[in-house]
Design a protein around this ligand. Structure first.
Ligand code: ZN
Length: 79
């Protein structure tokens, strides 16, 4: 009985559209999606979410001067 070989799960990168909260999974080696497939938000609204060691690049406290801080790492804009 020959079972069809199950390919190992491809490593994927995860991005989240901060405009609609959509999670976009992209196989490794593929470029970051140019736009959210769901809402069409531009690249700047799409951020990597599966990576990012806590405290990797400094605390990021630079006083961006934007309303609401802007640079939250958590999925705060779930809607
Ligand atoms: Zn979106």
């Amino acid at each position: 009985m020959a079972q069809p070989p199950i390919p190992p799960p491809l490593p994927t990168k995860k991005f989240q559209c901060f405009a609609c909260g959509n999670i976009i999974e992209v196989p490794r080696g593929m470029p970051k999606p140019a736009a959210c497939p769901r809402c069409g938000a531009p690249l700047m609204a799409i951020h990597r979410v599966d990576k990012g060691p806590p405290g990797g690049r400094g605390a990021g406290r630079r006083g961006a001067g934007g309303p609401g801080g802007g640079r939250g790492r958590g999925p705060r804009w779930s809607q």
